[in-house]
Design a protein around this ligand. Structure first.
Ligand code: ATP
Length: 243
């Protein structure tokens, strides 16, 4: 499918003998926001980790910019994928807690593509998150959860992502900060970054999404536009607290 930035075909991922993801197929077109929703343990994180080269697929294929980035024999190393603009912001953030905001941000610009743009991108990050500019010399360990999530997003931006993958960016954040993080995601998308988002906050995520996939028990259980899924009876019952 040449118009896709990312095409996932029949992806399977296993932890040892235990299969976590089965026959998962989906597409992300350039400029889209695509969301994966589903219950805890459904395999969403596993899918993201496989796409980022952190888990080796047991089956299936993944195409990025029309090139295969995984085959069943060898996962492409995560740093090589980052060099091509695939950047994952992990659930739980994975920051260097004893380093400063500035040091964490600059580590995000490690690829040959991003390094020459580092100072300019950092100014962009500080425009989007003025709080990080104010606190650039503060150790990350001493920052609030919301501020740390901003650092994680900012560090991902420093890598100049073409496909930005976000795993539960709003987890554990107060409502006002959730709003800020979603607004930042929307801004990045409007600036041209394609987004693949895993979110517990299904209502907000579907409102933001161009398209979404429902992942249940390691499989795609439904898909549609964000708008259509907001009105889907199963999605309402299972994920929106309605019926
Ligand atoms: P959550 O929202 O709770 O993170 P998820 O949809 O992201 O859920 P995954 O974290 O991908 O789900 O987990 C999918 C399945 O794989 C679960 O049954 C989980 O227990 C299992 N799993 C995840 N990581 C590992 C691992 N490192 N080793 C073994 N099993 C794992």
């Amino acid at each position: 499918m040449p118009e896709s930035l990312l095409a996932v075909d029949s992806l399977g991922v296993a932890y040892g003998d235990v299969r976590a993801v089965w026959e998962v197929s989906f597409r992300v077109a350039p400029g889209e926001i695509v969301v994966l929703i589903g219950p805890n343990g459904a395999g969403k994180t596993t899918i993201m980790r496989a796409l980022a080269g952190l888990e080796r697929p047991a089956a299936g294929s993944v195409w990025y910019e029309s090139r295969p980035i995984h085959d069943v024999s060898a996962a492409t190393p995560a740093h090589a994928l980052a060099a091509h603009g695939i950047v994952l912001v992990h659930e739980g953030r994975h920051l260097f807690r004893n380093m400063t905001v500035l040091e964490n941000l600059d580590l995000g610009a490690f690829t040959p593509r991003a390094r020459p743009e580092r100072d300019r991108t950092r100014r962009h990050v500080f425009d989007l998150f003025p709080r990080l500019a104010e606190r650039q010399h503060q150790r990350v360990a001493t920052m609030s959860g919301g501020e740390q999530q901003m650092v994680a997003l900012g560090r991902a931006m420093m890598g100049l992502p073409r496909l930005l993958m976000l795993d539960e960016p709003s987890l554990g954040l107060a409502p006002l900060l959730v709003r800020d993080i979603f607004q930042a995601i929307r801004t990045l998308n409007q600036e041209g970054t394609t987004i693949l988002l895993v979110e517990q906050n299904a209502r907000r995520a579907l409102a933001l999404a161009d398209r979404a996939y429902v992942i249940e028990q390691g499989r795609v259980a439904g898909s549609g536009t964000g708008e259509a899924l907001l009105h889907d009876a199963h999605v309402q019952r299972a994920y929106l607290g309605g019926g």
